[in-house]
Design a protein around this ligand. Structure first.
Ligand code: NDP
Length: 284
């Protein structure tokens, strides 16, 4: 039997600026190859003034979906037909999916984080401390609350952003949340189950930076998570391991949000180990 030849690949992409150091393509295309999917994932530089044209271009060229990163996660909503539940709560989209001819915005960042957290601990009933109040902190806060955390403390440098996120979580989600200004060395409260860095401290090229908290107050029973994917071995990751804590690095979140995105686009549940191995190879 002759097989019909097909030279048209299914297209997915990342739109952002800056984008050239974003490693998502490596892990997504590793999954496509591993699962015999004739799909591509393109890394495309799109500036703020070009987002509408880029989204219209993706629609015109029949893309199956795309990721949005800095600075498009909020603005892209204007060009979509609908939002998933957590994207609506967060007011931010990182993954756009073509579903039955409609373009739906999802947020997989927080869900990816919670899947990697669950590999070490169940967030249900836990006291959680989150450093940061930007897009990553918002996505993580919403999903950790939906996963049943009992208390969330938002620690942030700018007061307005921190108070706004704590209020959103406290008022709209089944969790008790409050804000603490980060104007001095932070002392980790007793019985903190999970401590998360959701700031950009530690991101390349600022790899020497450290979060300003009292390392002596970190208990070895606390699970520590860092969102920084590049480099994955941040000072926080190393310091927490040295204290005997279980640790999740930024590749865990990156891989797991990618797993959820690929499932949305292709219907296939990709193998996270293949994706992580591809990332580790480029970062080694
Ligand atoms: P935003 O710009 O929205 O927020 C940045 C946050 O970091 C703010 O809370 C900001 O505080 C804080 N911050 C930055 N520099 C400092 C500093 N020197 N001291 C104290 N606080 C600081 O960024 P995002 O939330 O979108 O991204 C944050 C990080 O998360 C990035 O490094 C990104 O790479 C990572 N990320 C990782 C993902 C993954 O899959 N691993 C997914 C998404 C993001 P303030 O409000 O005071 O400015």
């Amino acid at each position: 039997m002759t097989k019909t030849l097909n030279f048209k690949q299914e297209l997915t992409a990342a739109f952002g600026q800056p984008i050239s150091e974003n490693p998502t393509q490596v892990m997504v295309e590793a999954a496509y190859r591993h699962h015999n999917l004739d799909w591509r994932y393109l890394t495309i530089e799109v500036g703020p003034d070009e987002l509408e044209a880029a989204v219209n271009g993706a629609k015109a060229m029949g893309f199956r979906g795309f990721n949005c990163t800095i600075p498009h996660k909020v603005k892209v909503i204007e060009y979509l037909d609908g939002l998933g539940e957590s994207a609506a709560l967060m007011g931010a989209v990182n993954c756009v999916v073509r579903k039955n001819g409609e373009w739906i915005g999802e947020n997989t960042d927080g869900k990816g984080f919670v899947s990697s957290l669950r590999e070490l601990t169940d967030p249900k009933g836990q006291n959680v401390v989150i450093f940061g109040a930007g897009g990553a902190a918002r996505a993580i806060g919403v999903e950790v609350a939906l996963a049943g955390a009992s208390k969330i403390t938002i620690v942030n440098r700018s007061i307005e952003r921190g108070e706004e996120l704590a209020a959103l979580l406290d008022e709209k989600l089944p969790v008790s949340a409050h804000f603490e200004a980060w104007d001095k060395t932070f002392v980790i409260p007793d019985r903190t189950g999970v401590l998360i860095n959701a700031t950009s401290i530690g991101l390349f090229p600022g790899v020497e930076a450290r979060l300003d908290f009292d390392l002596e107050s970190l208990s070895s029973d606390t699970v520590v998570a860092d969102v920084i994917p590049n480099p994955p071995s941040t000072n926080l990751v190393r310091d927490a391991r040295a204290r005997g804590c279980k640790v999740i690095d930024g590749l865990g979140m990156l891989v797991n949000q990618g797993v959820i995105g690929i499932k949305h686009w292709t219907g296939v549940d990709p193998d996270p180990a293949v994706m992580r191995a591809a990332l580790e190879k480029v970062f080694s």
